[in-house]
Design a protein. Sequence first.
Length: 342
Amino acid sequence: MIEAQGPLSIATFFTECLLHPKYGYYTTRDPFGAQGDFTTAPEISQMYGEMLGLFLAQTWHDQGNVAAFNLVELGPGRGTLMADILRATRTIAGFHSALQLHLIEASPTLQALQAKTLSAFNPTWHTQLDTVPQGPLFLVANEFFDALPIRQFIRDGQQWRERCVTVTEGDLTYALTEAAPHATLADRLADTKQGDLVETCAPAQAIAQEIGGRITQHGGVALIVDYGNRRSLGDTLQSLRSHHRVPPLLHPGLADLTAHVDFEALAKASPSAHTRPTDQGVFLERLGITPRANQLVKSLQGSALTSHIAAHRRLTHPSEMGTLFKAMGLFPASAPPPPGLD
Ligand code: SAH
């Protein structure tokens, strides 16, 4: 592509690496767990999905036990999170009979894995949110937004040069476009200086706008959990292979690629009300992860007990995922704020 068309934007490179039909990272493999490249919160412990299930059920109840709604997950991975959410909500009267399950997943390989875990709930698969029918929306997205393609811009005076990917002597390298003004970055001239790098993610903003529009119109809630800051500043493009960070241009299609999520940009793009991004550890504690962990302890011993205690710590402790990951809720301004969030 570079030989034929010239340098690629980071966004095009990112999309080709993750989702190329034949060579894409997600299209061709199951990347999760000890054998894979990275481990996510739902894969660490069943308690994570249980807490998110309670979060959804409480919000559903607070909004009047909504009679019929779409339960949607963006990027469900192996389907573990949704399976735990559905197990944890089994005893909530009326919740299961009111829900229609919709899974948004671009990778055929992962769709097949999700079918194994979730077929009892008759899910419908989509590659984009827009084909999900209108109606009350209860949505979760765990480490989904970090997989959406970003563009990177470096400030040059009052203008911006875009970072792109080219080939130098057979290797992929970074290059910069000529400086140009960028209307969408006009507000970033106020909080950046010469040479600073900022990232934008138009697809993430479009999805937040769509979600917020549906929630405002029909009710519901969206819970977005990811790593990132209130506002993008600096290069956060990151590549993981076998649980180690590798240079992002080194293994196209063979390593995971992510970027930090700009929560402020998502909140701004959504027409709904939103909570503040809340530390994952605090959020899970407020929902009751410690009483749940203590309850599970009673049925565990030996190595299972040791790894259960380690999993609780990993999900909540500030030096592990507790503060790096944030949870943000989108909800209708007319409804009570969802539980556990600032
Ligand atoms: N939520 C899961 C998986 C996170 S990995 C977990 O926490 O374990 C990111 C997921 O999003 C994968 O399932 C990947 O295939 C999917 N994905 C990535 N980009 C996507 C896109 N543009 N559209 C739909 N799904 C996408």
